[in-house]
Design a protein. Structure first.
Length: 269
């Protein structure tokens, strides 16, 4: 059974994303932080790992681009997961019994419109699934959790109000990480990489003008800690033909100071 490292706990959205990519017959290795996920993969404690990289509402998770760079891991794939937050309680608890709601701060924010309709005390926790587990193990009759359907199923809780998140069309993109082996999937049609330009007028424009015949689906700048006010640029490229990607990569390399490919893989749906 493959061991897959995730940030968070069993029943979390990372766990669901791992099931989507690898199937449910996997062994989950929970990690407290994203860097711990990367370390588990790099050290061989896990076969692969999953790391959230951006959300359709909140945007990019900037520190995780630095993790990709620092840990020298390869992107093997990606998962787009719809985020559906559910209010859950013990099986014999009803809505009027609830006095407080516990979940991760981001989950609470995502459900603010629903929560504002009720006079409940809100308690922030480190993980949505951990909140569900806490209620189940402690038998808390006056506390509800906000978490995934998987968490409710795993910990025997009842979903008393499904999909209470304010924005229904909410997705998180996860990157699948592995130790670097330079292998490219036969059906690869997407690449993730970063480049660094000269700190001169028009440098970024010259780099981007090298890309044609393929789709630039992501452009994200993030700071270089050792060089104040200088930036690396992360890009995602989508292509129909691997040769087109290679030609673009060669042109990009000629006009940039530094470039590194995180991975060439099959795009997620």
């Amino acid at each position: 059974m493959q061991k897959i490292a995730i940030q968070g706990y069993e029943g979390s959205f990372h766990h669901i994303a791992a099931n989507m990519y690898f199937g449910s017959y996997i062994d989950i290795l929970p990690c407290d932080t994203f860097r711990a996920v990367a370390a588990a993969v790099k050290n061989g404690d896990a076969y692969m790992g999953l790391m959230a990289i951006e959300n359709s509402i909140a945007g990019s998770i900037i520190p995780n681009y630095s993790i990709l760079q620092d840990e020298n891991l390869q992107v093997a794939g990606e998962v787009y997961l719809p985020i559906k937050q559910n209010l859950m309680v013990l099986p014999d608890v009803e809505l009027e019994d609830i006095r407080e709601v516990e979940s991760h701060s981001m989950a609470l924010l995502q459900c603010v419109d629903y929560l504002d309709e009720h006079p409940w005390k809100l308690i922030e926790s480190e993980d949505t699934a951990l909140s569900a587990k806490h209620i189940a193990e402690k038998g808390l009759r006056h506390t509800a959790a906000i978490a995934s359907e998987l968490a409710a199923e795993m910990f025997g809780l009842k979903i008393i109000a499904p999909e209470i998140n304010t924005i229904k069309n909410n997705y998180t993109r996860f990157m699948v990480l592995k130790r670097y082996d330079h292998n490219i999937a036969k059906d690869a049609n997407k690449a993730s990489l970063y480049f660094k330009t000269d700190h001169k007028e028009g440098s970024l424009l010259r780099a981007l003008s090298c890309l044609y015949g393929i789709n630039l689906s992501k452009l994200q700048s993030y700071p270089i800690p050792s060089e104040p006010w200088h930036y690396l640029f992360h890009i995602d490229l989508e292509f129909a033909c691997l040769d087109d990607y290679i030609h673009n990569l060669n042109r990009l390399q000629e006009v940039t100071r530094e470039m590194h490919v995180y991975g060439v893989y099959k795009s997620g749906k």
